[in-house]
Design a binder for this molecule. Sequence first.
Ligand code: ADP
Ligand code: ADP
Length: 223
Amino acid sequence: VAAIEATGLTKEYTNGRGCRDVTISVGKGEAFGFLGPNGAGKSTFVKMLVGLINPSYGSATILGHKIGSLEAKSLIGYLPELYRYQEWLTGEEVIRLHARLCKMERSTADQRIPELLEKVGIGRRGRDRVKHYSKGMQQRLGLACALVNDPAVLFLDEPSSALDPIGRMEVRSILENLKKKGTTIFLNSHLLEDVELLCDRMALLNDGVILRHGKVSEVLNKR
Ligand code: ADP
Ligand code: ADP
C-alpha cells in the first residue's frame, strides 16, 4: 500500500481558484516534492490530505486510510505554512500542548519532549519563551510539534521559505535524517533547491494543475 495515493483530487473555491484533478502516488519512505509558484495550489492540496478542508471531487488515502478519517490523521504530522505560537509559552510547553492535542499521556510526553528538542537541535533552549527564539528555531519547534506522535507520513508546507540560508540548511539536515529513518515526506516548496536536495520524485504544479511529474532528475532535465 502506498503512503499517499490521490486520485483526481480537486478543490474548487467559490472564486474558481484551488487545485484541479491531482493524481499522484507516493511510496513508503519516499520524499516527494510539490514544486510551484505562490498561488499554484500547493497548500490547498496538502490541506485536503491532512483533513483540514474537504475535496470538491476525487479521493485520497494515507497508508490505505481515507483522508479525513481518524486512522489517517493518527498517521500524519503536519507543519503548516507560517506556524503561529503562543509566544509567551516555552518551547517545551508548546510541544506539551501538541502532545495533549494528540491525546498522548503526560508521562509519555514528558519522556518524549527532551528527545524531540534534541532531534530538532533546540536542546537546552526548551525552557526559554518562544518570543526569544529566532525564526529558524521557531520553525524547528514547529517541526518538533509535527513529529510529536512519531508520524509515518510528514507534510511540510514551505518549511524553509521564511528562513535565512543557515536556517534552511538546519531544517534540511533534520529532514534528511528523518528520511534516512524511513519517514515519508511530502514537501511543498517554491524553492527548486529544497526539492532538488531532498526529494526522490516530484510534481510541478502551476495554476492548480500538474504540468509534469516523475523522478526529480527527469522532471528538471526536460525543458
Ligand atoms: P469554500 O466555499 O470552498 O469554503 P470560500 O471561497 O467560501 O471557500 O472561502 C473560504 C474562506 O477563505 C473565506 O473566509 C474567504 O474569505 C477566504 N478566502 C477567500 N479568498 C481567499 C484567498 N484568495 N486566499 C485565502 N483565503 C481566501
Ligand atoms: P500555494 O500554496 O501554492 O501558494 P494555495 O493553495 O494557497 O497556493 O492557493 C491556490 C489558489 O487558491 C490561490 O489563487 C489562492 O488565492 C486561492 N485560495 C486559497 N485559499 C482560498 C480560499 N479559502 N478561498 C478562495 N481562494 C483561495
